[in-house]
Design a protein around this ligand. Structure first.
Ligand code: NAP
Ligand code: MG
Length: 398
């Protein structure tokens, strides 16, 4: 059989622990037999990050800026215990944080739906994708306890020393205050990433804030989205037959629960934090969530939403059998290959991505799956180990 051709390399970011083991198996069993795989390889495993003083992480992000598409394995974000375990030179920052800062991107998380694992909300038939703005607001706040009577104010001092003041509250007794900020530049990048991603997957985009109450702060978000949409995206959206609409966060919540799914929901930082956990749980399993980082200029980095599955890895090291779910990592590969095919005009590569996903879902729908899913599955399920599961998919692909 002739292998499917690629013309531009994918940026491949290898990672840690159990997902690193799966990574190699997925490549060897599901991709390399069918695709003449071209990648530019970056080893983001913790050891190699430490050896390179974490330069490899920045280099992999820069390669993504250059080539446009990356696929990433889950990686350890070091804490004190990891510094000890790996004898690290220092507590390196989260790779995802470093990559996101370089790409200036937004993360979109979407569940993978499979027949037999039903969402808690009965009407949801298609995935709901959450886009969370990952800058500012309450995550970069300044807050204070107010011990007793006194006046709290916001003061802005411009470059020339001119002050603008506004009263927050005239306290008659103890309480609390909080100040927060955001940036037009960050909100614009967020908006561009959302519009780019909606066009890329041809789904409607919803955006919600609380602008009726926050008439300046949240309103700024609404205005920036509206301006950018009108100026740069309306025409493309109409051509693609998709819609952008803005609504209040409480209205959005009600509509989401009544919907059939199949759209992107853009949220401010806090709303996205809360709503993404709600959506993920209601759809079933962390092991079935995909994640893609999209830059405002339309570069894409695909990964699984879960971590390195440490507990399974320690069992694997002891030689015990593991049943770790590889589905989200397989979909990271298929997502990246499909996007590469789209950008390079390689319909066969796009078709392969579709076949890989279908073979994976068909395997589960035939009752063969890893044990985490078998617990959720309605119907006769055979829980197998990771390699047996991958082998079943490979057989279907061949
Ligand atoms: P985790 O790796 O997502 O695993 C948490 C638990 O969820 C697992 O112990 C397992 O439960 C279940 N699980 C997650 N993915 C699964 C899968 N594919 N198949 C089967 N079960 C799965 O989160 P964590 O234990 O909090 O973090 C471990 C490491 O991952 C940390 O070092 C963290 O820094 C890193 N991390 C990386 C990323 C990323 O790179 N994007 C994201 C999150 C965390 P059971 O043990 O009960 O089976
Ligand atoms: Mg959270």
């Amino acid at each position: 059989m002739e292998k499917i051709r690629m013309t531009t390399p994918l940026v491949e970011m290898d990672g840690d622990e159990m997902t690193r083991v799966l990574w190699k198996d997925i490549k060897e069993m599901l991709i390399e037999p069918f695709v003449d795989l071209k990648t530019e390889y970056y080893d983001l495993g913790l050891r190699h990050r430490d050896e390179t003083d974490d330069r490899v992480t920045a280099e992999s992000a820069e390669a993504t800026l250059k080539y446009g598409v990356a696929v990433k394995c889950a990686t350890i974000t070091p804490n004190a215990q990891r510094v000890e375990e790996y004898k690290l030179k220092q507590m390196w920052k989260s790779p995802n944080g470093t990559i996101r800062a370089i790409l200036d991107g937004t993360v979109f998380r979407a569940p993978i739906l499979v027949r037999g694992v039903r969402p808690s909300v009965r009407t949801w038939e298609k995935p709901i994708t959450i886009a969370r703005h990952a800058y500012g607001d309450v995550y970069r706040n300044s807050e204070m306890r107010i011990p007793g009577p006194g006046k709290a104010e916001i003061v802005f001092t411009d470059e020339n020393g001119n002050e603008t003041r506004q009263q927050i509250f005239d306290f008659k007794g103890p309480g609390v205050v909080q100040g927060m900020h955001n940036l037009d530049s960050s909100i614009s990048s967020f908006a561009h990433s959302c519009f780019q991603y909606a066009l890329s997957v041809k789904q409607d985009l919803w955006f919600s804030t609380k602008d009726t109450i926050s008439k300046t702060y949240d309103h700024r978000f609404k205005d920036i989205f509206a301006e950018i949409y009108e100026k740069e995206y309306r025409e493309a959206f109409e051509k693609a037959g998709i819609e952008y609409f803005y609504t209040l966060i409480d209205d959005a919540v009600a509509r989401v629960v009544r919907s059939r799914g199949g759209f992107i929901w853009a949220c401010k930082n806090y709303d996205g934090d809360v709503m993404s956990d709600m959506i993920a749980t209601a759809f079933g399993s962390l092991a079935m969530m995909t994640s893609v980082l999209v830059s405002p200029r339309g570069q894409f980095e695909y990964e699984a939403a879960h971590g390195t599955v440490t507990r399974h890895y320690y069992r694997y090291l002891k030689g015990e059998e593991t049943s770790t779910n590889p589905v989200a990592t397989i979909f990271a590969w298929s997502g990246a290959l499909r996007k590469r095919g789209e950008l390079d005009g390689l319909p066969e590569l796009q078709a392969f991505a579709d076949r890989l996903e279908k073979a994976t879902l068909d395997t589960i729908e035939s009752g063969i799956m890893t044990r985490d899913l078998a617990l959720l599955y309605e119907g006769e399920a055979q829980g197998v180990n990771s390699r047996q599961f991958l082998q079943e998919i490979a057989d279907r692909l061949a």
